[in-house]
Design a protein around this ligand. Sequence first.
Ligand SMILES: [Cu+2]
Length: 137
Amino acid sequence: MELIMKFLRLCALAVKKNTDFRSHYVKMVAAAAFLGMITISGFSQKKYDTLTVKTSAVCDMCQERIEGGLAYEKGVKSATLDLETKVAEVIYNPAKTSPEKLRTVISNLGYDADSVPANQTAYARLPACCKKDAPKH
Ligand SMILES: [Cu+2]
């Protein structure tokens, strides 16, 4: 916004100095540029947030389950899970969802999500190889 104000002042100066036939043209260009900047700043305010969640994923099936489950969640732009670190990275729209909701989604899939423990019913339904105590395979 500061940038826009600076730009506006510059435009006003340019318009004042340009009293000849070109001043109308300058005004038009300034207006167009101003509108463009408003649009750009509007987009940047609609930014996504990134959440990283430590999960209890074991194998690539877990990875697919978590990535898929998150991807279908409202407000999630993308979700990727790194099996090495078991950390899920979720890019989401904070206006539509929240870190709490996203952790709950992971818990409801049967996995721990940071300090939120896995939903017991969902965990019990996981294949044996996907339980967190299962040996790495
Ligand atoms: Cu698994």
